[in-house]
Design a protein around this ligand. Structure first.
Ligand code: LLP
Length: 404
């Protein structure tokens, strides 16, 4: 855990806004999964979309973690960083023929989630080794937008279509080595994980899929975002997962590998966005604390109404008051928190926005032409800057230089 003192030191040393990542915590999260899910064929593919910081990826590569990728760009980054193609899965949706060809040429396993793409694969790439993504038909997630199963999602092949799948696979002499499902992000109930696993397993027989090497149950493991939020009992959940899987393997007649591809679980809590308050303003009933970041740098509150806990590192014992914590973007909705009880916030105070490791920097942009913040890591007791923010002049030059 990074102490408040170290965070203030990082803000002082590297300036704000600053993303600070705790690499030890990320390693700990990865290792914890092997304790919680005691199955010898367990393999973890970190969902790279959650955070593509190079220091994080190198640390994960060095401890043997694989990657779940969703675009040719992510595949290229993974390969250039030295991840082996056997340790990468490609789960894109609505891919173009050109994207398919680009990734197929790398030898990374393609996870296919539409009958139409499966037909094209059978036609154009007969004999390929593939994985198939099914819609597990269980609705769960921390937000409507991040639920990826059920009637309203664009993801996965319907379980009811399994016979059609088998026919296309036979026609194209495809080798189905894996089956996949992903229920959603921030799964609220452990039962949803079990039910999705079972729904996928229910369509599997040795006759339909004789060449399976693994089943992949996606990501979605929840971490608390609110201070008093209950943590899922991962020991109990892991035991149940193993028991369900072992029963399945017995019926299938062979021990398969079990894959999970968590993003939030691996990196959310390890990330901290440090911002500085530059303006305190009373606006009738509201006190506004204006800071030097904004929603393009951490969009989850605006996009999903997500709660991110905020700590006033500079004045932790100040008198409690309600604040709207706003950014520096020209939109009224540019708020990290609304009517949030906080110890008194003063100009030049440093605030820590918690759980900023997953889907914050990676969903960021330079709206209003504010460069994305620098990124630093804390590892083995040391602070290190790993990416320096562009200056305003550099950002402007890049825009001008990119014009044809
Ligand atoms: N596997 C697949 C196929 C996925 O689509 C995702 C996330 C994951 C794994 C990892 O899910 P996780 O373990 O991180 O929950 N931007 C949203 C989350 C979007 C998740 C997209 N897919 C957010 O900030 O809440």
């Amino acid at each position: 855990m990074i102490s408040n003192k170290v965070m203030l030191e990082a803000a002082e040393k590297f300036g704000t806004p600053l993303f600070l990542y705790d690499i030890d915590k990320i390693r700990e999260c990865y290792n914890s999964l092997f304790k919680f899910i005691p199955y010898k064929g367990l393999k973890i593919h970190y969902a790279l979309k959650a955070n593509y910081n190079i220091a994080i990826l190198k640390a994960l590569r060095d401890i043997g973690c694989g990657l779940d990728t969703v675009s040719p760009g992510e595949v290229a980054l993974a390969l250039q960083l030295g991840f082996k193609k056997e340790d990468i899965i490609y789960t894109a949706n609505n891919m173009t023929d050109a994207e398919f060809a680009e990734v197929a040429a790398t030898g990374v396993v393609m996870n296919i989630g539409e009958l139409s793409r499966l037909e094209k694969t059978a036609r154009n790439y007969p004999g390929s080794r593939i994985c198939l993504r099914f819609n597990p038909d269980v609705k769960d997630g921390d937000n409507e937008k991040t639920m990826t199963a059920g009637d309203l999602t664009k993801f996965g092949i319907l379980l009811d279509d399994v016979e059609k799948v088998v026919e296309i696979v036979r026609k194209g002499d495809l080798h189905v080595v894996g089956l996949h499902e992903h229920t959603g992000s921030g799964l609220q109930k452990a039962e949803s994980v079990y039910q999705s696993m079972k729904n996928l397993m229910n369509i599997v027989t040795k006759e339909r899929f004789p060449e399976l090497e693994f089943l992949d149950f996606g990501g979605g493991f929840k971490v608390p975002y609110m201070p008093d939020e209950k943590r899922i009992d991962y020991v109990v959940m892991g035991r149940e997962i193993v028991s369900i899987f072992e029963d399945f393997c017995k019926k299938y007649g062979r021990d398969l590998k079990m894959y999970f591809e968590p993003g939030k679980y691996m990196v959310a809590e390890a990330g901290h966005l440090l911002v500085e308050v530059n303006t305190i303003k009373k606006n009738r009933s509201r006190i506004i604390a204006g800071c030097n970041s904004g929603f393009p740098q951490l969009i989850r509150p605006v996009m999903y109404g997500a709660y991110h806990h905020i700590v006033n590192l500079s004045n932790p014992d100040g008198e409690l008051q309600k604040y709207d914590i706003c950014g520096n973007i020209c939109e009224t909705g540019d708020r990290f928190a609304e009517e949030r009880m906080m110890p008194e916030i003063r100009e030049y105070d440093i605030l820590e926005i918690q759980n900023a490791g997953a889907y914050c920097y990676s969903m960021g942009g330079v709206y209003n032409l504010r460069p994305m913040p620098s990124e630093a890591v804390y590892a083995d007791g040391e602070l290190k800057l790993v990416r320096k923010a562009q200056s305003n002049a550099e950002l402007a030059s890049e825009i001008i230089a990119s014009a044809l």
